[in-house]
Write a protein that binds this ligand. Structure first.
Ligand code: GTP
Ligand code: MG
Length: 407
């Protein structure tokens, strides 16, 4: 009797305990679920609204601020871009160059990059450069008239052909037609492309080149703020056989248009005898930062048109480097030409490697100062210092000799 009553009581208690456990578990797990959901929401919000005001954590009182790089650079950005002429086949050599320019400079500023080609760029090329550049990327195909022989009746195709044949063994790219198209294009046409003419400054970058040092300031803004219109890193002497009649043609142009000659020009940089002859000194244009409005000016346009009509780009093998350099030296005020001693640059086989230890260290340069070309005998930059009356860095004399076997 007693035992059956006890059994009923035990069964009732068991059911009651199970019910209580079930109800408690139901409510606690619901609030845990809601908490988890709220936390997830918070994380999502923090992730996607990085710059919203976040509450400090009540436990630590620490407020985590997420750093987000601006999409379009910073408010002071100049109307400027990088430009690169390249073939699809240059991609492998170009990719490390873009990486170097981005790592050393552009990842901080996000300037646009315009890629130009005489053919359509492949999807593979576009995909690769897009992923490396931090600014907008623009692809432009060169119109045929900018990359072909002149069509005027007075142009002698046979003479151009003969020059290529006889120059084949005498100079680099002497036999190449496309090299001549490239030099003429960089002398007179590239800045007329709509994708380029809209900028105020352009910085030219070639495949297989490297920036040796960090550039922690906005180079374009520096140029604009200081009224600089041309910037270079390396200068040297031109191969005379490529330009037998260039200086004569320049002299004719100046005689016809003396008004274009700047009163405060850099003639002494390009001539040892006040303009009688060209001393072959030129800025190496594979690195070049230039004011596009200078190229679009009446003086430069008339200058290029005059040179082009003499057909020296084809009857000889005029390079864009002497053409740009002569124009800069004669038509610009010399105070507007700037030598960058702090960027560090390499285009085979020449280095610009800051010899000033403070600059080299501060900018984390990765180059051997022994090989810096600035004050070597094959460079004209020492002359640039003299003509501009710039103070040479301490100990520059130690860097005038080319090391033999790296010693
Ligand atoms: N799209 C295209 N680009 C070219 C062509 N030829 C040269 N280039 C580009 O024009 C620039 C200059 O050419 P380079 O071959 O480097 O000329 P260089 O600097 O005088 O000679 P190197 O000492 O060999 O570098 C580079 O950016 C090349 O990628 C061409 O036929 N088509
Ligand atoms: Mg090159």
């Amino acid at each position: 009797m007693v035992s059956s009553r006890f059994l009923r009581f035990a069964r009732f208690t068991g059911v009651l305990a199970f019910l209580i456990f079930f109800i408690v578990h139901f409510f606690t797990s619901k609030s845990r679920y809601e908490k988890t959901l709220a936390l997830k929401k918070q994380i999502l919000q923090e992730t996607y609204n990085l710059n919203d005001d976040l509450p400090a954590s009540p436990k630590t009182n620490i407020k985590i601020e997420y750093q987000q790089l601006p999409e379009t650079g910073y408010p002071d950005k100049i109307n400027a871009a990088f430009i690169t002429l390249a073939r699809n086949s240059d991609l492998e050599k170009l990719a490390p160059t873009i990486r170097s320019v981005e790592d050393r400079f552009n990842a901080k500023f996000h300037y646009d990059w315009v890629f130009i080609n005489d053919e359509e760029f492949t999807d593979e090329f576009k995909k690769q450069v897009r992923t490396l550049c931090s600014g907008s990327v623009i692809f432009e195909k060169i119109p045929e008239e900018y990359w072909s022989l002149p069509t005027d009746p007075s142009f002698d195709k046979r003479k151009a052909h003969n020059n290529r044949m006889k120059s084949r063994e005498k100079m680099p790219y002497g036999g190449s037609a496309s090299y001549r198209f490239m030099c003429r294009f960089f002398s007179g046409f590239y800045y007329r492309l709509p994708a380029i003419s809209k900028y105020d400054y352009i910085w030219r970058v070639e495949p297989e080149t490297t920036l040796h040092c960090d550039v922690n300031y906005d180079v374009f803004k520096y140029m604009s703020d200081n009224d600089k219109r041309y910037g270079f890193t390396i200068s040297l002497y031109e191969f005379p056989l490529t330009i037998p009649s260039l200086w004569k043609t320049v002299q004719e142009f100046i005689t016809l248009h003396p008004k274009f000659l700047n009163d405060n020009n850099l003639m002494d940089f390009i001539s040892f005898d006040e303009g009688l002859t060209f001393n072959l000194c030129h800025f190496w244009t594979n690195f070049e930062i230039i004011d596009v409005n200078f190229l679009k000016s009446e003086a430069y346009t008339a200058f290029f048109d005059y040179l082009d009509k003499s057909y020296g780009f084809f009857y000889e093998r005029w390079g864009d480097a002497p053409v740009h350099s002569i124009a800069v030296a004669l038509f610009m005020d010399k105070s507007q030409v700037h030598y960058f001693n702090d960027i560090g640059y390499f285009h085979s086989p020449m280095h610009n490697c800051p010899i000033d230890d403070e600059i080299w260290t501060k900018n984390h340069c990765m180059c051997d100062q022994k090989f810096d070309s600035t004050f070597k005998s094959f460079s004209c930059t020492g002359r640039f210092y003299d003509v501009q009356q710039l103070e040479k860095p301490l100990g520059w004399e130690k860097f005038t000799f080319t090391p033999v076997n790296g010693q």
